[in-house]
Design a protein around this ligand. Sequence first.
Ligand code: ADP
Ligand code: MG
Length: 319
Amino acid sequence: MGEFELIRRFFTRPTRRAALGVGDDCALLAPAPGMQLAVSSDLLLEGRHFVSTVAPERLGHKALAVNLSDLAACGAAPLGFTLALALPQVDAGFLEGFARGLFALADAHDCELVGGDTTRGPLAICITVFGEVPPGRALLRSGARPGDDVWVSGSSLGDARLALEVLRGTRALDGSDFETTRRALERPMPRVALGLALRGIATSAIDLSDGLVGDLGHVLAASGVGATLELDALPRSAILRAQPPEVQRACVLAGGDDYELAFSAPPRAADRVTEAAAAAATPVARIGRVDAAPGLRVLDGDGHEVAAGLRSFDHFTTA
Ligand code: ADP
Ligand code: MG
């Protein structure tokens, strides 16, 4: 099967909202009049971002999910995406599964594939996603203000990281618990509806790809503020709660691959946040407070600050 047959068979579908889809030199998108385009790219490499044993369907899902998560963090509505693929060989079974996972998530968000590039090479997947947002309404990293509450979505922060540690052989879980956490790692659900519902309510937002401490740090730096988090307020699954305390801390604080939203909002907007979360059918939890003093502090149940070493990735390499 040649390059063009591959594109036709696996990645060409009837155009829906775009003015022009796959097949010409450019795709033509048709954002609603007056809207700003929100654009984001993510590159996924085998070995660095996913393991070779991941099911192709989940890989297709996740490649798009991490991009939709960026739109969610900005409060943008998905429009379409391009897909650049490097493949070591044409493997129809792989491509069928990959396309199935990719298009299932794309359809769920009415986000169509409009073009891309395909080449031979070590497996790599780069998606660029396009969304739209009214001018001045995008959620940014720079808007957190002292006194704001810090919130996070989801109910199982750190589960994805726990699954990764099991895959690496540093932790063990029984079969069904491993499957649950592995689903969090391989099949994250981007919080698009929540991002849209938080427009005009949240003062800042970011999606959690590299871990809460690091990602929230970007918001604090961009906003010129600090924050204090309460460790016990971070939403954790029963599976993670069964792990030793230092593993729980490392997973929730520095885990990565959560694809939840962390955001700030003034305390007087707390009811609107909970209403937005309910409308988006997404759980949210208040986890701390924005401070004027720079830096991120994490307090344990006794009000003592959690040492920086216990919040970092290093825990796993030294355990
Ligand atoms: P060009 O050489 O002009 O960049 P290509 O020959 O690479 O175009 O691609 C032909 C058409 O197929 C283009 O419309 C391109 O956007 C589309 N395409 C290529 N690869 C993919 C892919 N993986 N998924 C979707 N569309 C693709
Ligand atoms: Mg090309």
